[in-house]
Write a protein that binds this ligand. Structure first.
Ligand SMILES: O=CC(=O)O
Length: 376
């Protein structure tokens, strides 16, 4: 196709409708001679149509839709989507069917690729260090779901202090005896969070926001453990305490919240639970694999941990059966960040990252700059 003949996409119009029903094929038009290509992974965007139109004006957009690993690898090998300069995954429901982004997959990317901008806060499924070694920036979208995840942390926190799972399950059972038992006995064992110590592991965007909400809502005192100490954040949190070691944090906290990425190792196992204050609580809105769930069951059985609130689980979509059935544990289905506002923000931030970085500016939310091998 001559570059003088505008395609619907060149004219800023939506892609031909047939694309939406042809998941195993790439886009209908051949790559534009003048525009660099961006590979869009997974389903259509749902919300930010004006910005997507702008993206389409700046880049030729190829679509992989939702194909499995072998097909995806074959497509990369045969350069089905050309020499794309960036990848865009607007939402976490789709676009991850190729599996983990490891050396095997990353080494098949065209050398032209400079950026992968994805939905989601966590990036345990992508080897960002290897991407960086290939000169590719990975941008996550934690800031788009900060509010939703922080709100969920507050819900779980309150559930652990006030035995809400027990109350909920008793009412839900429609068993008058269970209802009566909860109604009569809960007051003797539950507490207000006000004035107690919230121990945050990982004071990034989400950790900070949930701590801020806990200070505002419950006047909690904040302790945190992070590789980076931030005196500014400490002031904003009304005088938060930095703990140089995890053990120090665990010993100081009435409720421990995990808000740090999974970096290949369990953070809370048998040894660490021994450092908890007796009867402290645990909330996990980060990644299930950060916790040794068997050790958590033992800590709950032994009264070391009095209650837990878990949005995430080590073996999703399976929930540990001995955690799922307890009335001192609130379990959710990894939905802390799941709101319309997060979805809108994921789509938008991914496109903003692509437009800025590929346009010669800064990536807005990179996570692997420290390892990045520069490309021309
Ligand atoms: O877990 C959800 C996310 O990574 O955003």
């Amino acid at each position: 196709m001559s570059s003088a003949t505008p395609t619907p996409r060149d004219a800023g119009l939506p892609a031909p409708a047939t694309n939406a029903f042809s998941p195993l094929s790439s886009s209908a038009s051949s790559p534009s001679a003048t525009k660099p290509t961006v590979l869009h992974l997974g389903d259509d965007i749902r919300w930010n149509h004006a910005l997507y139109k702008e993206l389409g004006e700046k880049f030729h957009i190829e679509r992989s839709y939702s194909i499995g690993r072998e097909e995806f690898k074959a497509a990369l090998e045969e350069r089905r989507w050309g020499d794309f300069v960036g990848m865009y995954r607007p939402f976490w429901n789709t676009g991850g069917e190729m599996g983990n982004w490891d050396e095997e997959l990353i080494s098949l990317l065209p050398t032209s690729c400079k950026i992968y901008a994805s939905a989601g806060a966590g990036f345990d499924w992508v080897d960002t260090r290897t991407l960086a070694a290939h000169g590719i920036i990975y941008c996550n979208a934690a800031s788009a779901c900060t509010e939703s995840v922080a709100d969920t942390a507050i819900f779980l926190l309150l559930a652990t202090y006030r035995a809400f799972p027990w109350s909920f399950l008793a009412a839900r059972s429609c068993n008058p005896h269970a209802f009566h038992a909860a109604n009569q006995n809960i007051a003797a064992v539950t507490h207000n969070p006000n004035g107690t110590v919230l121990g945050v592991i990982g004071l990034g965007k989400i950790g900070f926001r949930l701590a801020h909400k806990a200070v505002l809502a419950f006047e909690m005192r904040v302790a945190y453990h992070d590789v980076v100490r931030s005196e500014g954040a400490e002031r904003e949190l009304g005088g938060a305490t930095w703990c140089a070691t995890l053990e120090e944090l665990l010993r100081a906290s009435d409720c421990v919240v995990l808000a740090t990425p999974f970096e290949g190792r369990v953070l809370l196992g048998r040894t660490e639970f021994q450092h908890f204050k007796k009867g402290a609580r645990l909330v996990n809105i980060a990644r299930g694999k950060l916790v040794d769930e068997e050790a958590l069951v033992e800590a709950l059985d032994g009264g070391i941990v009095s209650a837990a609130g878990l949005d995430v689980h080590a073996d999703e979509p399976n929930v540990h059966p001995r955690l799922a059935t307890r009335d001192d544990v609130m379990v959710l289905s990894h939905t802390a960040g799941a709101s319309v506002e997060s979805h809108v923000g994921f789509e938008r931030l991914g496109m903003e990252n692509l437009i800025s970085y590929l346009g010669g500016g800064e990536a807005l939310t990179p996570v692997n700059m420290q390892w990045l091998k520069k490309k021309d």
